[in-house]
Write a protein that binds this ligand. Structure first.
Ligand SMILES: CC(C)(COP(=O)(O)OP(=O)(O)OC[C@H]1O[C@@H](n2cnc3c(N)ncnc32)[C@H](O)[C@@H]1OP(=O)(O)O)[C@@H](O)C(=O)NCCC(=O)NCCS
Length: 194
């Protein structure tokens, strides 16, 4: 039986795409990250917006995990200006879910940057790193059912959803409109065939 081992890469990965850089977090990202996490449009499909303290905690956790493992949820910045626009990256979910242990891909970008293909561009780099550097066999993604924008990116990446794997997220209140989640899976073979 396969056992799940969390890969470690040294030195930590930094990736560039035509327009973006995916990198370790910097202190200067924390302010714009908090502004993004306080935006109700960005946080529409999460239980609440984040306080500055919770936002900083999240940034520090992302930074610590990248320092420890060499990969994780990367800060995303525009190459042209260096401006921080959000995060895209890989993570081991902290909750006990029907499909864990696993590695998921996740994303959150500043609303004024949406619709320009930035998430897809960064996600391709993160998936490539996951399969070709970390040697993962599968990467998953999940989101609340109403979050169609995020599911559009999952589909664009070639990820596939089997509705029989829908699940209720344990961190969302029972009966809440965001409780029901869908799961998208992508195998290394399917990624390499795209
Ligand atoms: C999800 C998110 C990262 C996408 O960022 P983005 O840079 O706009 O993504 P892209 O431009 O690469 O792709 C977005 C796709 O969604 C599609 N889309 C946009 N709004 C949509 C909607 N309401 N329904 C379905 N598809 C939609 C776009 O058409 C585009 O697909 P296309 O390129 O085939 O046309 C961004 O919307 C975000 O940060 N949302 C808030 C945080 C969030 O929900 N994170 C995911 C939690 S699981």
């Amino acid at each position: 039986m396969d056992t799940f081992t969390v890969p470690v890469v040294t030195p930590p990965l930094t990736m560039t795409t035509p327009r973006l850089i995916l990198r370790q977090w910097q202190e200067s990202d924390f302010g714009p990250f908090a502004v993004m996490n306080a935006d109700p449009q960005v946080m529409e499909f999460f239980p609440s917006v984040l306080t500055r303290e919770k936002s900083d905690d999240m940034a520090m956790r992302c930074r610590d995990l990248i320092a420890e493992r060499g990969w994780g949820i990367w800060a995303v910045a525009l190459r042209e200006t260096g401006e921080f626009i959000g995060f895209v990256g890989l993570h081991t979910p902290g909750y006990d879910l029907p499909f864990t242990p696993c590695i998921e891909i996740g994303w959150r970008l500043r609303a004024d940057t949406w619709g320009k293909g930035y998430c897809s561009e960064a996600a391709r780099a993160a998936l490539d790193a996951g399969f070709n550097v970390l040697g993962l066999k599968e990467i998953v993604a999940f989101t609340a059912l109403p979050n169609l924008r995020s599911q559009a990116v999952m589909k664009k990446m070639g990820m596939v959803c089997d509705p029989t794997e829908n699940f209720k997220h344990p961190a969302v209140a029972a009966g809440d409109w965001l409780e029901e989640h869908c799961l998208y899976r992508l195998s290394k073979g399917a990624w390499q065939a795209t």
